[in-house]
Design a protein around this ligand. Structure first.
Ligand code: HEM
Length: 249
């Protein structure tokens, strides 16, 4: 059959369909250990889940960089869209990580013997996101300065700069989803290794617990402290009951 009469879905070159060539499925599917080399059948899940993270974090980084550029150029709507995609990608990997809850701790301990000193702490995607966050924050602060507003004022009057407010909220969402990854990952690590273990990379579990206090954009959360204090002061001046800051909500 001549190539002109072939459907685009079945056209072959060197025995591969267009789909296979375009997506390089041969390469992709060779990126996991073949079954005869696996230490345990669930090593396939272990590798696929980690590789999934690296792919989606690669895309996340692209979106964060795009958002950074848009913030720098005043394209706040486009920055919001890029940030929204970055946030949504964290939901995809969060779901993927749950697959590892099907791996029994005793089976994970077998898989772990093949990791050497390999550790998730060396994840290129994770590290790149941590490195990008301060630059992204600088770009956002630049936008605040350009619009002649401050973070607390932005939160006090969202309608004064709606697009910038949306950016701030997407950055908050991103910080939150990143934190939720760390929290879910900690529980996954603990259900496999217990509370006292030291990781293959030499990090004690206790250190992972402490990272839960880390924030990508601490100023976003501090702004809420300031807003609360500001509002309580105004309400106190106006004689609103419960405005002293000692209540629970
Ligand atoms: C059975 C599943 C897993 C276990 C038991 C586990 C365990 C651990 C441990 C003990 C650490 C501390 C560092 C060290 O190794 O010494 C760590 C760090 C880390 N792991 Fe995992 N992990 C698992 C799955 C994953 C997955 C699916 C990812 C996704 C890429 C991941 C990413 C990370 C990252 C980014 C760190 C550094 C965390 C930080 O510095 O806040 N881990 N993991």
């Amino acid at each position: 059959m001549s190539s002109t009469t072939q459907s685009p879905h079945t056209s072959r070159q060197r025995g591969q369909t267009m789909y296979e060539r375009y997506l390089r499925t041969d390469d992709l599917l060779a990126l996991q250990k073949p079954s005869e080399e696996r230490l345990h059948p669930d090593e396939l899940t272990f590798q696929i889940v980690h590789q999934t993270f690296e792919l989606w974090w690669k895309m996340t980084l692209e979106q964060l960089r795009l958002a950074m550029a848009e913030l720098g150029g005043g394209g706040y709507g486009d920055a919001v869209r890029a940030l929204r995609r970055a946030v949504s990608a964290q939901g995809v990997v969060a779901q993927a990580m749950r697959q590892l809850e099907f791996v029994a701790p005793t089976d994970f301990l077998v898989i772990r013997t093949g990791l050497g000193d390999g550790s998730g702490a060396d994840s290129p995607g994770f590290r790149a996101i941590l490195r990008a966050a301060p630059d992204l924050w600088d770009a956002f602060e630049g936008a605040l300065a350009r619009e002649k507003t401050t973070l607390v004022d932005l939160y006090a009057s969202p309608q004064a700069h709606p697009a910038l407010y949306d950016c701030a909220e997407q950055l908050t969402d991103f910080d939150e989803t990143f934190h939720l990854f760390r929290a879910a990952h900690l529980k996954l690590a603990q259900r496999n290794l217990g509370l006292q273990a030291t990781g293959t990379g030499g990090t004690p579990m206790e250190m992972l617990v402490r990272t839960l206090g880390d924030l990508l954009f601490p100023a976003l959360w501090e702004a809420r402290d300031q807003l609360l204090a500001q509002v309580q002061q105004q309400q106190g001046n106006a004689g609103v009951p419960g405005a002293s800051g000692h209540g629970n909500s």
